[in-house]
Design a protein around this ligand. Sequence first.
Ligand code: GAR
Length: 215
Amino acid sequence: MAERLPVAVLISGRGSNMRALLEAASRPDYPARIVLVLSNVVGAPGLAVASAAGVATATVPHKGLTGAREAHERLVDAALREAGAELVCLAGYMRLLTPFLVSAWAGRMLNIHPSLLPAFPGLDTHRRALEAGAKLHGCTVHRVTEAMDDGPILGQAAVPVLAGDTEATLAARVLAAEHRLYPAVLAAVARGEAGRVPEAGAMLLNPLPLPGLAD
Ligand code: GAR
């Protein structure tokens, strides 16, 4: 097999998407390997998961750091390069990025977001989807550009919104979809296939029978 793409994963919390990427990358035929898991939050639970899996971890706290946001990002960028990363996956990394980090990794940084972008960028996506009466919800993996939760979409997974859903039940359904989507998109990117067949980046999970279309 060709060289596996060295990837760093940035997290701020529990790191369940990071775990999904680690599990995928543990398979011998997966085209990427995780060289670093980095958090901006001291003691982020995902760090222990990564360490237990034998993956290098780093913490670059933003709290207590004097100076601008960019000063923090310069430290993050140095750690990413030191680890030999060639691609960065944001996985619940809850920091707004400055043009410095975005341009340093232009075209080589992915993000996962818990909505079918361009619907519901930002926070509280599940509550907003319920309030809007959405019938389909889901998640998106996209390349990172300077605008938040924007940038070319590489893959999406849709799940139904069911009668009686709460924010928690909907979030759990979307999270399970995230765990399938992110490894699939990363594999396509690592193989240089992302975007070549647009439909290949779409997943419809647990589809509901459509009225009138049953055969
Ligand atoms: C995930 O749902 C991810 O899509 C979201 O944070 C969660 C992190 O969970 N990211 C964003 O909202 C970014 N805009 P995890 O730490 O268990 O992967």
